[in-house]
Design a protein around this ligand. Structure first.
Ligand SMILES: Nc1ncnc2c1ncn2[C@@H]1O[C@H](COP(=O)(O)OP(=O)(O)OP(=O)(O)O)[C@@H](O)[C@H]1O
Ligand SMILES: O=C(O)[C@H](O)COP(=O)(O)O
Length: 394
């Protein structure tokens, strides 16, 4: 990486500001954390910093989307402090504000590598607008800045891009690792390279498909996106998910992709968006009143064949509605096919595909599961990520 990393900067005795991504999924009713992967992923950086004996480690993170007072109550970051403290094995002081004397005094009085967690950065209106005053204010609390929130580096926000404009800055181990895996896969992949793209919306992934068609040897499309492509080819798609305003783009991609592009040839369909009903397999044309909810067995065989001998695989988006057991087979088959490629560099781009791999028990069978949903997608699109661009060059 051409950016400074945490080992390139001096932190002993200093106040280190760290942007982490503790935007963790929570139970809608109880508010309890349902998956602490993003906290676990930040531990190597935080443990390393503790060993260097800084004066203080001040952690900034957002949680959820905050637009109203009600959103604030729903996205109180204090829920993270006890779990972080347990995982890190040290006391974590939670500061229930994002500016003012309480925060300033907590930082001033901190000593002996005290870990401080600041309330949700999105409680500040200026955070998402990258308000320069806010970035400068937060920067004034510390001596150096460490960017370790890979999941948020595609956002040009005050805490991701504003603070490092005013302080010496470096990437943490998580950012370094994510960039190493995803960066190598998209800029210098071992071949053959196969990209698998699924999930719900074509519009979210068009640019990724286009960029990966330039890089990969094969691009497999599955999931709800399939049916926009099927319609573009003139097939009947029943009530399947479709984005009519993307049909033309889908046609262009089909033409550009040629033999590289592998689309499903059959689907598991149902007469309702439900785990029960008249569930059956059909070919490329879906009868009226039915919708495609998973790729079918022939498509699974085609995907397995396409993956044979692959040395690099990037996967983003499930092949079907894997949350419902009857429609999980396509996604499970991809997990199994990746597990059967022990020598390949297999990379799962965050979000739902990461959840699927973990939920289905394949987490230790792949090389890397990204902590970034949107961030890993934008990286695969070839975009400059503002949170990375803001880090000091080596
Ligand atoms: N055939 C289908 N019809 C409708 N929904 C589908 C279909 N196939 C997959 N999905 C749904 O797509 C959703 C995932 O889509 P999404 O585009 O968000 O994936 P992702 O890229 O893994 O996630 P993220 O965007 O959060 O990174 C899942 O909830 C899944 O149920
Ligand atoms: O969950 C994510 O992808 C990151 O934490 C970024 O969250 P955001 O999409 O709300 O900016």
């Amino acid at each position: 990486m051409d950016k400074k990393t945490i080992k390139d900067i001096e932190v002993t005795g200093k106040t280190v500001l760290v942007r982490v991504d503790f935007n963790v999924p929570r139970n809608k009713e109880t508010g309890e954390i349902t998956n602490d992967n993003r906290i676990v992923a930040a531990l190597p950086t935080l443990k390393y910093l503790l060993e260097q004996k800084p004066k203080a480690i001040v952690l900034f993170s957002h949680l959820g989307k905050v637009k109203t007072e009600e959103d604030k109550a729903k996205n109180d970051l204090s829920v993270v402090a006890p779990r972080l403290s347990e995982l890190l094995g040290v006391d974590v002081k939670f500061v229930n504000c994002t500016r003012g004397p309480e925060l300033e005094n907590a930082v001033k009085e901190a000593d002996n590598a005290q870990v401080i967690l600041v309330q949700n950065t999105r409680y500040e209106k200026g955070e998402s607008k990258n308000d320069p005053e806010l970035g400068q204010y937060w920067a004034s609390l510390g001596d150096v800045f460490v960017e370790d929130a890979f999941g948020s580096v595609h956002r040009a926000h005050a805490s991701t891009a504003g603070i490092p404009a005013h302080l010496p800055s470096a990437a943490g181990f998580l950012v370094e690792k994510e960039i190493a895996y995803i960066g190598k896969a998209v800029s210098d992949p071992e071949r053959p390279m196969v990209a698998i793209l699924g999930g719900a919306k074509v519009s979210d992934k068009i640019l990724v498909i286009e960029n990966l068609l330039k890089i990969a040897d094969k691009v497999i499309v599955g999931g709800g996106m399939t049916y926009t492509f099927m319609k573009a080819m003139g097939h009947e798609i029943g009530n399947s998910l479709v984005e009519d305003d993307r049909i033309e783009v889908a046609k262009e991609i089909i033409e550009k992709g040629g033999d590289k592009l592998i689309l499903p040839v059959d689907s598991v369909i149902n007469n309702a968006f439900a785990a029960e009903g008249d569930i059956k397999v059909c070919g490329e044309d879906i009868p009226e009143g039915y919708m495609g909810l998973d790729i079918g067995p022939k498509s699974v065989e085609n995907i397995k064949a396409a993956l044979e001998g692959a040395k690099t695989v990037v996967w983003n988006g499930p092949m079907g509605v894997f949350e419902m057991e009857p429609f999980a087979k396509g996604t499970i088959a991809v997990c199994e096919a990746l597990a059967n490629l022990p020598d390949a560099n297999t990379i799962i781009g965050g979000g739902d595909s990461a959840a699927a791999v973990m939920q289905l028990g394949y987490a230790d069978k792949v090389s890397h599961i990204s902590t970034g949903g949107g961030a890993s997608l934008e990286y695969m699109e070839g975009k400059v990520l503002p949170g990375i661009a803001a880090i000091d060059d080596k």
